[in-house]
Design a protein around this ligand. Structure first.
Ligand code: ZN
Length: 114
C-alpha cells in the first residue's frame, strides 16, 4: 500500500446530502478514525456502491475541514507496474492507464487527529 498523503484540495464542496444519509456518513467517519479502509472495503462493509462511498468520504473530508481531524488518502496504485499518477486519485480505476492491468489497488482512507 502506498504511503498516505494529505489531499487538501482534492474534494469538491457540494451541498450536504439530506439527514437520512448523515448517519451512514457518521458511521463511515467513525470507522475511518479506527483504521484505514479502502473505498471498496468501505463499500462492502456499508452495502453501498463504490461511487456512493466515495461521495460520503468527500463530504466527510469537507465536514472535518477546520477541525483538529484530517482525512488522509492513499491514492490508487497499479499492483502490476506501480503506476500511481491517476487523473482522479479519489476514484476507483477499472484499469491501469499505463499497462492496462485491471489489478489496481483502490484508494484507501483514514481520519487522524492533528
Ligand atoms: Zn499498471
Amino acid at each position: 500500500m502506498p504511503a498516505f498523503v494529505v489531499e487538501p484540495n482534492g474534494f469538491d464542496h457540494s451541498p450536504p446530502l439530506p439527514d437520512m444519509e448523515r448517519t451512514t456518513r457518521e458511521r463511515i467517519a467513525d470507522r475511518l478514525c479506527e483504521e484505514a479502509l479502502s473505498a471498496t472495503a468501505l463499500a462492502a462493509e456499508f452495502s453501498l456502491s463504490t461511487a456512493t462511498t466515495l461521495e460520503h468520504v468527500e463530504h466527510i473530508a469537507a465536514s472535518i475541514e477546520g477541525t483538529d481531524e484530517r482525512l488522509l488518502v492513499a491514492p490508487p496504485e497499479c499492483a502490476d507496474c506501480e503506476f500511481t499518477d491517476f487523473d482522479d486519485r479519489l476514484n476507483v480505476p477499472s484499469r491501469c492507464p499505463s499497462c492496462h492491468s485491471e489489478n489496481v489497488t483502490p484508494p484507501a482512507f483514514r481520519i487522524e487527529a492533528e
